[in-house]
Design a protein around this ligand. Structure first.
Ligand SMILES: [Zn+2]
Length: 168
């Protein structure tokens, strides 16, 4: 089954290297409007192979109904509903949707709908990528929790996605 990543606004607020996700990447048009900051908007625009697609009205209605039943409707924006609706539509197309989001209510409803999700926060990202903590000066690698300057050369130590690592 083809893996399809559905990105909500929080995916663009994060350091998630979206371009390295292996598989199809989709978001809904309303996400761009939520990204008021130019830098984040740019991140959306330069994400290669990103498809911007509106979910079918039928799935928006279905998600709305289910979120009324669960009570999540109060906490979900229209954009959130559309992200979930798009994921549901993709699932019904027999593809393998994964929502990338930090929003707890989207995560709740994903679980109800039987749709997989990943958190954008570091722990979620680690499931997708392998991270190295590397000195910008001498290239020495440190434990992922190390957040000081390099012991050897005094340069900044930054987290980097390990080269050549493939997404799941
Ligand atoms: Zn160094």
């Amino acid at each position: 089954m083809e893996r399809v990543y559905i990105l909500d606004a929080s995916a663009f607020f994060s350091d998630l290297p979206i371009n390295l996700l292996i598989g199809k990447k989709i978001t809904v048009p309303w996400v761009e409007e939520e990204l008021k900051d130019d830098k984040r908007r740019l991140k959306l625009q330069i994400t290669s192979d990103l498809e911007i697609r509106k979910p079918n009205e039928r799935f928006i209605q279905e998600v709305t109904e289910i979120s009324k039943e669960t009570g999540d409707i109060k906490f979900l924006s229209e954009t959130d509903i559309c992200i979930l609706a798009l994921a549901l539509e993709i699932k019904r197309d027999n593809l393998d949707p994964i929502i990338i989001t930090d929003d707890n209510y989207i995560q709740n409803l994903s679980a109800v709908l039987g749709i997989e999700y990943r958190k954008v926060a570091r722990k979620g990202i680690e499931e997708i990528f392998h991270w190295d903590n590397v000195c910008k000066g001498c290239g020495r690698t440190y434990d992922i929790t190390y957040d000081e300057i390099c012991e050897v050369c005094g340069s900044m130590v930054r987290q980097k996605v390990r080269k050549g690592h493939k997404g799941v």
